[in-house]
Design a binder for this molecule. Structure first.
Ligand SMILES: [Zn+2]
Length: 123
């Protein structure tokens, strides 16, 4: 089990919340740029406002927002900070750099190799 202190958890929480707001701003900017003003003034959650737009332009942000939301929920769980593959610690430094990380560095690179659509030419 990862040994994150309450202090570290609250730092991560703050970071995730900031990231969420940044992403929400990015989505709004994208929508403004694309001329889709209809959705810009809505005070409701982005998830709602994206329900019926063709959201290809904001896909990346929306996906990341979902990850951030899921990570915020996981913060409360005892095994938060454990790698979902090997169960080892992801590490606080890595989490601060990538708050939505679910794997330790080793498992992540393994995962990316396994699921990469671009074959590694050096193999
Ligand atoms: Zn791992």
């Amino acid at each position: 089990m990862a040994k994150l202190t309450d202090e570290q958890l609250s730092q991560l929480k703050t970071k995730l919340q900031q990231r969420y707001l940044e992403l929400r701003e990015e989505v709004r900017d994208e929508l403004k740029r694309s001329g889709d003003e209809r959705y810009v003034d809505l005070a409701g959650s982005v998830a709602d406002m994206l329900l019926d737009i063709n959201a290809a332009i904001v896909d990346r942000q929306v996906n990341e927002m979902r990850e951030v939301e899921a990570t915020l929920k996981r913060l409360a769980e005892l095994n938060f900070g454990d790698c979902i593959d090997c169960g080892g610690e992801i590490g606080f430094d890595r989490l601060m750099a990538y708050p939505t990380a679910q794997r330790c560095v080793r498992c992540q690179s393994l995962h990316e190799k396994t699921y990469s659509h671009e074959p590694n030419p050096s193999l």
